[in-house]
Design a protein around this ligand. Structure first.
Ligand SMILES: Cc1ncc(COP(=O)(O)O)c(C=O)c1O
Length: 423
């Protein structure tokens, strides 16, 4: 059997250096809340492939749906010869996403592609050029989505010039904005848009309801509703990027539901299809249908195997009530994290919703980010067999995204390792 070390040697010779990996362990198999590497070592999975395998790796329904679809046909291209599963995924997304209005969906391959297409739809429908995004935002790695993403290293560094007509305004970040009230934080951002961009030039306001790569930043209550209200009044398309927060992750199907916000468009990917590449834009029918025939699409968008996996994943989420599972995981994890953090001056905040929780690490007695301490805690987790990720503009946030089917035992063992890593 080939070892991780041997595979790593081959990888260095074959794979471009720019593609990184969190741990040097090569995967043999994965399921439930664990990953087993080719050396036979078991890892407890607090990453879920960055919030993708919400239903777990190789979830039984997904495996069966993929197998059955692969036997029937693997690809015709929906733009050439359509098929039912694409339509069925769109029907389900239209029904599941917030907003009682008539909706349409279109399917793509990756989150970045969904975001690009949401911007296309908003620009086309409004006839306006500008897109407003927020500090700490992450929306992808394509040229437009790099422009929409805030952080330079590693996402943007020396990859410019970037797409134009992108404007950035402050995010509500209670730990770092003095606990500004949500409505006041929104007013600050809105004033900046009106004075520096002009509302009449803005096609879309694009926001993650809880920021992902930017540090699991949960805006103060009232921030999202105030922006939603302003966008309606200004004729601006409110786009929620639910690529990381969607599909039961935060304890609801979509994170916007925590504050009853109904976006005009929602971008979806990651958790949608149990690990197969699929993404979507779902939203108001009048906006989506404004685009001429042939204006949206792509060779692989809504691939039949990915659609079959998405239907099976959504069925699994309903059957196992994974939104409730996320709330349960959040309660157990939140309590343990707060206990671990109590009296540890490096922990500035434990935050998040449902099974999307994080700890922000600072130099004791300050709000100065401590990425070195964060990396050290993360490395201690990895050494002990717990797969955790870091994030944040300052690289000082440990984030936890277990599969929503993780067992109580696996969750408990993972939290024990985490507590020990804090020392
Ligand atoms: C909020 C958000 N938007 C967009 C993306 C980009 O998705 P993808 O990597 O599938 O292009 C991500 C990925 O992490 C994300 O978290």
């Amino acid at each position: 059997m080939t070892t991780s070390e041997e595979l790593h040697k081959r990888r260095v010779e074959a794979v471009a250096r720019g593609v990184g990996s969190t741990v040097p362990a090569y995967v043999d198999r994965a399921g439930g809340g664990t990953i087993t590497d080719v050396d036979g070592r078991e890892w407890i999975d607090f990453a879920a492939g960055i919030a993708v395998t919400n239903v777990g790796n190789s979830a039984p329904r997904v495996v069966e749906a993929v197998r059955a679809q692969a036997e029937r046909f693997t690809h015709t291209c929906f733009m050439i010869a359509p098929y039912e599963s694409y339509v069925a995924v769109c029907e389900q997304l239209n029904a599941l996403t917030p907003g009682g209005f008539e909706k349409r969906s279109a399917l793509f391959n990756s989150g970045a592609e969904a975001v690009e297409n949401a911007v296309k739809v908003a620009r086309h429908a409004t006839g306006r050029p500008a897109v407003v995004v927020f500090d700490h935002a992450y929306h992808g790695r394509t040229n437009l989505t790099m422009a929409l993403t805030a952080k330079n290293m590693p996402y943007k560094h020396r990859f410019g010039p970037f797409a134009g007509e992108v404007y950035r305004v402050p995010m509500s970040y209670p730990l770092r904005d003095g606990g500004l009230d949500g409505a006041i934080a929104a007013a600050r951002s809105i004033e900046m848009i009106e004075k520096q961009v002009g509302a009449e030039n803005v096609a879309a306001l694009l926001i993650e309801p809880i920021q992902g790569e930017g540090g699991f930043v949960v805006p103060a209550p009232g921030f999202l509703p105030a922006l939603r209200e302003w966008a309606t009044a200004a004729g601006v398309v409110f786009v929620a990027d639910e690529i990381q927060t969607g599909f039961c992750r935060t304890g609801y199907w979509f994170a916007c539901e925590h504050e009853g916000v109904q976006p005009d468009l929602i971008t979806l990917a990651k958790g949608i299809a149990g690990g197969l590449p699929l993404a979507a834009v779902t939203g108001r029918a009048d906006l989506m249908d404004a685009v001429h025939v042939g204006g949206l699409g792509g060779t692989y968008g809504g691939n039949p195997i990915a659609c079959a996996a998405a239907l099976a994943s959504m069925e699994t989420m309903r059957e196992l009530d994974l939104a409730a599972a996320a709330r349960r995981i959040g309660a157990v994890m939140g309590e343990r994290l707060r206990a671990t953090a109590a009296g540890d001056p490096r922990v500035a905040e434990v935050r998040g919703r449902g099974a999307m929780l994080a700890v922000e690490i600072v130099q004791p007695g300050t709000l100065t980010p401590d990425p070195a301490a964060t990396a050290a805690i993360s490395a201690a987790c990895h050494a002990a067999g717990l797969l955790t990720l870091t994030c944040g503009t300052y690289g000082n946030v440990l984030r936890f995204l277990p599969p929503l089917v993780i067992s109580d035992d696996e969750l408990g063992r993972g939290l024990d390792i985490l507590a020990a890593a804090f020392g």
